[in-house]
Design a binder for this molecule. Structure first.
Ligand SMILES: [Zn+2]
Length: 517
């Protein structure tokens, strides 16, 4: 970094100082410039948009342009005393208020008192209230009174990331502009310019990756670039620096995973997930990267001739990854969810035609509580009765001669339904006459829920009939704890979260009742 800017943040140095430097906000910028040229200044503006999209920068430029004595074509000169003072933040007449830390009625009352003093140095006094949605209800009411009877030569610029939280009465008093997120190629181009001026060496793909991580916020991109400069020291910035700084999954993991998804290599998928988990990588960030780069592959496929099939593959995979991202937020074990979903995706690709479905009958309660309460119902879910045993049922199919039926079933599942196998591998079987009950420990709630899905139960019932022969019904439940381990042990440090404990306890109590066929 050059000497002059060594102690100033890149974000401040490269903050736009005139409308021409603002990236990607053509509509608000042009409209404001025209208003300045025509001298038609409103009393209140609302700038709405995501963080880092230039709202307060544009507000400052606007404040300069309407006050600059040498304004040209709606642009401030940035040379006169007025412009310089506003740029420094030293003007008495351009007041920036952070709505998040000045949200009370007292601050707005004070503002209302000051508003009536005429501007000291310039034509227009400008109040810029950032994060205005953070103001309290009372503060909004006080602000509204000012907006309703605006003093002359005073104007307000309200900025917010969450316009839906503003009272409609406030919005209706303002001229509203929406600030768009900045597309990552535009951010990357700006980063390139900054690197050139600051003599920072970085490859285009590194800058593109920084731009992607910034998610439409120029400020975040510049802050990240600065962190990377500090991290790399004198040497050029590498993509691996970004990976290390943010704890991102390595590019080879992302590419390897997408390749494996495409060729349905489930072993490789599990290997990559295990590797990421061992290295403590954030799996949510990993899925984000998969989505980004999966989308790149989809677009590449669409741009090629005769690649309809590949494009269709990526449409399907991208959709599944987006769904996975949503589910990850709620999952208590991200690794298991990722594993199961990855295996499901492989399976779906390998079996394009639906398998013949087992006829379903209405689920009937598997468990009855000692006292007939509402608690009996949650555990009773997920029972599928298959059709009557067929003639060949007497001769069960056992893949391995000497193995017990459960091992045989697992073996069969591993070969034919690998996602089902991933669930069953954590379960214990229990036979009850003609029924096969699949039981999970309380911490395998996810497995239990997945297995209880109709399509999985049907597949399981079909496999079970082939192995056990006479079994016609399968059920899924938590395992009943012995009395000695109930309630007390659930307070140990290793126990699952409180909600899970409560559920497990409820299920234990319910299962304490008699099991019925
Ligand atoms: Zn000026």
């Amino acid at each position: 970094m050059s000497q002059t800017t060594a102690y100033r943040s890149l974000y401040r140095v490269y903050r736009p100082q005139c409308f021409a430097e603002v990236v990607n906000q053509r509509y608000p910028v042009q409209t404001l410039q025209h208003a300045i040229i025509r001298g038609e200044i409103a009393h209140a503006y609302l700038f709405a948009g995501s963080r880092g999209t230039g709202k307060t920068s544009v507000a400052r430029i606007f404040a300069k342009a309407i006050n600059c004595p040498q304004q040209q074509e709606g642009e401030p000169c940035n040379n006169c005393d007025v412009c310089r003072r506003i740029t420094r933040g030293g003007s008495l007449d351009v007041i920036e208020i952070d709505g998040a830390s000045n949200r009370g009625i007292d601050q707005i009352r004070q503002l209302r008192a000051e508003v009536n003093f005429v501007p000291a140095e310039v034509r227009y006094k400008v109040y810029i209230i950032d994060e205005v949605h953070m103001l309290t209800h009372e503060a909004f009411n006080a602000l509204l009174k000012t907006l309703e009877e605006p003093p002359t030569r005073v104007l307000f610029i309200l900025a917010t990331t969450e316009p839906h939280k503003l009272p409609p009465t406030v919005i209706s008093r303002c001229l509203t502009f929406e600030f768009k997120n900045i597309a990552s190629p535009l951010i990357a181009r700006r980063l390139e310019q900054v690197c050139e001026r600051e003599q920072i060496t970085a490859k285009p793909e590194t800058l593109a990756a920084i731009a992607r991580r910034a998610r439409g916020a120029m400020r975040d991109a510049l802050v990240l670039l600065e962190q990377l400069v500090a991290y790399a020291g004198e040497r050029p910035i590498e993509l691996s620096d970004l990976t290390e700084l943010l704890g991102l999954p390595g590019q080879e993991s992302v590419e390897g995973f997408l390749d494996a998804l495409q060729r349905c290599d489930s072993a490789r998928l599990l290997e990559i997930i295990a590797d990421l988990a061992e290295r403590g990588k954030d799996l949510a960030l990993f899925v984000e990267e998969l989505i980004q780069q999966g989308r790149d592959r989809l677009i590449a496929a669409l741009n090629q001739k005769n690649s309809g099939e590949e494009a269709a593959d990526w449409v399907r995979l991208s959709g599944a990854l987006l769904e996975l991202e949503r589910e990850l937020g709620r999952a208590w074990d991200r690794r298991i969810l990722l594993e199961v979903k990855a295996l499901e995706l492989c399976q779906a690709a390998q079996t394009p035609t639906p398998q013949p479905k087992v006829k379903r009958s209405k689920a009937k309660p598997l468990v009855q509580a000692g006292a007939k309460g509402e608690r009996a119902t949650p555990v009773a879910a997920g029972v599928v009765a298959g059709p009557e045993p067929v003639a060949s049922a007497g001769k069960p199919e056992t893949p391995r001669a000497n193995s017990d039926p459960w091992s045989a079933l697992l073996e069969l599942a591993k070969r034919e339904r690998v996602a089902l196998y991933a669930l069953l591998a954590e379960a214990q079987p229990r036979r009850e006459g003609r029924k096969l009950q699949i039981e999970f420990e309380p911490e395998y709630q996810f497995h239990k829920e997945q297995l209880a899905k109709a399509e999985n139960l049907e597949a399981l019932a079909a496999l079970a009939r082939r192995v056990y022969g006479e079994v016609v019904e399968v059920g899924v439940s938590f395992r009943a704890a012995s009395k000695a381990t109930a309630s007390r042990s659930s307070s140990s440090a290793e126990a699952p979260g409180q909600e899970l404990q409560d559920k497990a306890e409820l299920i234990r109590q319910t299962l304490g009742g008699e099991l019925v066929d």
